[in-house]
Design a protein. Structure first.
Lengths: 127, 344
């Protein structure tokens, strides 16, 4: 394998000979995608740690509220991501890789909402 | 190991006890009635079981931890996708290689950080932790390589090799847990897993000599760590694991090897910084998810708890901790006149 050949037989970016020009490109890096990134990063790296610490401190009610905020942000971010995907489809992107990210994301979101409902039921049962 | 006394009783340890159970007509009748009732109300019972589990605080906590890991993984995949946006998809060796490497380091650092707290407790629990990490690591590796297989036009044989090795890890993790459950302590699962992983590393095609050397270092440290682990020199074992993970990551395109070699795209400093940032954050958050260790564990104020038995640090006897479950079973007798099981 040559140095320019890429890892595991993978074609490298910048290597025009190996780049498949027929492959659809992703949606452009623009405002919608940045908004998606900001929302998701805010949710994962700000709200989520706060929620975890509240859970560890056994402040269950506050933990529930924070997790609700987290899920609202995640849902909003997912919707923005969806908008980015539609934007991408206008650029001819039907690629599987983006949809893997999307499928994983929506699965996690559904699981997270179920988790929130389960937590609410646990708190209600305990009271 | 057992949830309650009845569960202990259901596992008769001698033929005599088995006969005693079957000879007890009221018990047998009650069991049959209960089984019939269970069959008749199968769907109701399943729904009840699910509902009970759904309301379980312990399950809520486990699912919460899983969701945190999934969320971070998803975020990492997103970051990689953005870094690699020009490429149009998520094809990237970082997914398949660096993240498992960082996860291994995080696990080893966690074990190193609790090493000096309660060694008997640690020796008792390390195999279980290893089994779980084998299962999680193997499953994660399979998932990542399946994704790579889907999104890459990559080397099919190599991906198959990766998945095969990951399946060995999953199998070994399961076997490890099974061995603990049945009281058979064996290092055979680890021998299998390390052998499979080492063979893969040694046959892994590399771009150039730097990457090959670092991969060989990775395998070497892994084998050294394994031998330390067999001798229960846990600190050395996990120190080797850390070094193994570091050399593994350094061997990747985005790191030292990418700079020293002539891989054009991966010399991009933004890509390098992104990789390092993701790695650092990954380690930090893995530590957070694993949970802060009870630093008082093993002190006179907080004795070590293994199952239902408490050991104070002074009195802890490793021989007791390695006692076989069968020996524990022998201390129970079954009262044939009722379903009650009493301790002798």
């Amino acid at each position: 394998m040559s140095d320019h050949g890429g890892h595991d037989g993978m074609p490298m970016p910048g290597n025009n000979a190996s780049h498949d020009s027929t492959r659809p490109m992703a949606a452009p890096f623009g405002g919608v995608l940045i908004f998606h990134m900001v929302l998701m990063s805010l949710a994962v790296w700000t709200v989520l740690p706060v929620g975890i610490y509240l859970a560890r401190l056994k402040r269950r009610k506050q933990h529930g509220y924070v997790q609700f905020v987290l899920l609202t942000l995640l849902t909003l971010g997912a919707c923005v991501g969806l908008a980015h995907r539609y934007q991408g489809s206008n650029h001819g992107n039907h690629g599987g890789a983006v949809s893997i990210h999307a499928v994983l994301g929506w699965t996690i979101l559904v699981m997270a909402w179920l988790q929130l409902i389960g937590g609410r039921i646990i708190i209600t049962a305990a009271v | 190991m057992f949830e309650n006394a009845n569960e202990r009783g259901s596992m008769a340890s001698s033929p005599e006890e088995t006969v005693a159970i079957s000879a007890s007509a009221p018990v047998a009748g009650a069991t049959e009635d209960r089984e019939r009732e269970m069959r008749d109300n199968y769907h109701t019972n399943v729904a009840t079981w699910l509902w009970t589990r759904f309301r379980s605080r312990a399950l809520h906590q486990h699912v919460g931890k899983l969701l945190v890991l999934l969320l971070i993984s998803q975020w990492v995949i997103g970051v990689v996708g953005v870094l690699d946006l020009d490429h149009g998809d998520y094809r990237n060796p970082m997914l398949g290689h660096n993240i498992p490497g960082f996860a291994i380091i995080a696990y080893a650092c966690y074990l190193l950080s609790i090493m000096d707290q309660a060694l008997p407790y640690l020796r008792e629990n390390v195999p279980r932790t290893e089994a779980r990490s084998m299962l999680i690591g193997g499953a994660f590796y399979i998932l990542i390589d399946c994704i790579r297989q889907l999104v890459e036009d990559g080397n099919e044989n190599l991906n198959n090799a990766h998945v095969s090795t990951a399946m060995v890890w999953v199998f070994c993790g399961s076997f490890y847990l099974l061995a603990r459950r049945t009281g058979v302590h064996s290092d055979m699962p680890m021998i299998l897993a390390v052998t499979a992983q080492t063979l893969l590393v040694l046959h892994h095609p590399q771009h150039h000599a730097v990457m090959t050397s670092l991969h060989l270092m990775h395998a070497g440290f892994m084998i050294m760590g394994f031998f330390y682990r067999v001798r229960l020199e846990l600190f050395n074992a996990h120190a080797c694991l850390v070094l193994s993970g570091v050399s593994f990551i350094m061997s990747q395109d985005g790191m030292i090897a990418g700079y020293m070699g002539h891989v054009r795209y991966f010399r991009d400093p933004v890509y390098l910084m992104g990789t390092m940032l993701v790695g650092i954050v990954w380690i930090g958050f893995s530590y957070l998810v694993v949970g802060p260790v009870n630093t008082k564990s093993g002190t006179p104020d907080s004795p070590i708890v293994v199952g239902q038995v408490q050991y104070s640090p002074v009195e802890a006897d490793p021989a007791e901790l390695t006692a076989e479950p069968a020996a524990e079973m022998a201390t129970y007798t079954i009262d044939s006149s009722s379903t009650a099981v009493e301790m002798a």
